[in-house]
Design a protein around this ligand. Structure first.
Ligand code: ARG
Length: 465
């Protein structure tokens, strides 16, 4: 292995040999952690100001550090900053550039700080911002669902259990089920933000520092609600990242379920929805095809998003206290989930705006058999003082009778129905209609138009529509 000496290592003092090129390549993370540069610089500014307030560096040095960091930030923004692989990561790239620019003042920035608490700080700052972005993206998809639910209010769709027709429901009720899921996801992201919003800087390498720092003032400047309580935990902890990845995994799971539904609904067999041409793609061989690729890809991306959670948990599970370089493996799964889930949330919201329900196919489906109002008949019998288990049995016999004759419940005449239960009267037919069935489900959270109207109004109020 070549032992080519490479210059400018920030930790080079105790080393006699330069780092092997292969080692530099293997340990380098700047090609992905450069994404943290804004947060790294923000943290360094706050740290430098605190050092100056505490008299650990002079005000002149502090001013030079802030100006230097601003210039580096601008260079990275405009793409002129040269990242050096041999400087390992974003933290040392920035620190070295600062020292090159302002000399000794730059070399004072790392006083009372380690990359271990620095990287923990950066990741927390980054994820705190991402929590805010995700809260917004979740509101956007919830808004798209509510708008679609409002525009299709009154439309009836078969509700399924076991993928078998179960009971008729309003399309709006079905869509608002996803509104609820994404609402819980949003709350979960909010909870994750709370635990992310704790300031680790000042833990230094892992034991704290003997220099007279003021951690609380750094936390205030960086808008953290608290400082971490144990220096060892502070540099070892990635719970907040794992929690964020879990939130991502569950959001993606919900998106995948919605996508699966859309793929089914868009099939010729169902034909419940039509996705706009601009949101579909074709086949290179079958000219007739219009494929629902967007929901398929969203569904497909669940694999990597769930994998990212497992990846980080697996990295963490074998680690003794405190910082271990394994922790460098935390970032790529986090970045990948951020990118993947935010893209999926955005495109799925757009897709909902490009979706039309096919009224004809839905009407054919809800009126096309499946005995979806059988429970209504059983409930009706209960109102005729028949115990529910007996009512269930009688209704089962009526269904079997209809199946034999190839007719639907609503095609039975009253005299025939009375043979099964003499107490049945003409009022039953209202209950056997699909519309009557939907309208009757007035229990809190049920699909009756009046309940769904309330749910829609509540959702619109929550979203400020
Ligand atoms: N690049 C490292 C990471 O992402 C930064 C911390 C390295 N600390 C150290 N002592 N080598 O975790």
């Amino acid at each position: 292995m070549s032992e080519k000496k490479s210059s400018g290592k920030m930790w080079g003092g105790r080393f006699q040999q330069g780092t092997a090129r292969a080692v530099e390549d293997f340990t380098c993370s700047v090609h992905f952690d450069s994404r943290l540069y804004r947060h790294d610089i923000r943290g360094s500014r706050a740290h430098a100001r605190m050092l100056a307030r505490q008299g650990l560096i002079s005000d002149t040095d502090c001013a030079a550090i802030i100006t230097g960091l601003d210039a580096i930030s601008a260079e990275i923004d405009n793409g002129s900053f040269e990242f050096k692989r041999e400087l390992e990561d974003i933290h040392m790239n920035i620190e070295k550039a600062l020292s090159d620019r302002i000399g000794d003042a730059g070399a004072r920035l790392h006083t009372a700080r380690s990359r271990n608490d620095q990287v923990a700080l950066d990741l927390r700052l980054y994820l705190r911002d991402q929590c805010d972005c995700f809260e917004q993206l979740l509101q956007d998809i919830r808004r798209a669902l509510v708008e679609l639910a409002r525009n299709n209010f009154g439309l009836i769709i078969p509700g399924y259990t076991h993928m078998q027709r179960a009971q008729p429901v309003l399309v709006s009720h079905h869509l608002l089920a996803y509104y609820e899921m994404f609402g819980r996801d949003r709350e979960r992201i909010g909870d994750c933000r709370k635990r992310t919003n704790v300031m680790p800087l000042g833990s230094a390498a892992m034991a704290g520092t003997g220099l007279p720092i003021d951690r609380k003032s750094v936390a205030e400047e960086l808008e953290f609600t608290a400082i971490s309580r144990n220096s060892m935990d502070s540099v070892a902890d990635r719970d907040f990242a794992a929690e964020f990845l879990f939130c991502c995994a569950l959001i993606q799971t919900h998106l995948s379920r919605l996508s699966e539904e859309l793929v089914i609904w868009a099939s010729d067999e169902f034909g419940f929805v039509d996705i706009a041409d601009s949101f579909c793609t074709g086949s290179s061989i079958m000219p007739q095809k219009k494929n629902p690729d967007i929901p398929e890809i969203v569904r497909g991306k669940s694999g990597r998003v769930l994998g990212n959670l497992v990846s980080l948990l697996t990295t963490l599970k074998g680690l003794p206290m405190t910082y271990n370089r394994d922790l460098q493996e935390d970032k790529e799964p986090v970045f990948d989930s951020v990118d993947t889930v935010s893209a999926c949330l955005e495109i799925s919201a757009d897709l909902l705006h490009n979706l039309k329900f096919n009224h004809g196919r839905l009407a054919a489906a809800v009126h096309g058999g499946g005995f979806m109002t059988a429970t209504d008949l059983a409930d009706y019998l209960v109102t005729r003082d028949i115990p529910f288990r007996r009512a269930h049995e009688i209704t089962g016999q009526v269904v079997a009778h209809c199946l034999n004759r190839g007719i639907d419940l609503k095609d039975m005449d009253l005299a025939e129905l009375k043979k099964f239960a003499p107490g049945i009267d003409a009022g039953v037919f209202e209950r056997l209609s699909v519309e009557g069935s939907v309208a009757s489900r007035v229990s809190a959270g049920g699909t009756a138009n009046i309940r769904v109207e309330e749910a829609l109004a509540r959702a619109e109020e929550e979203l400020g529509i």
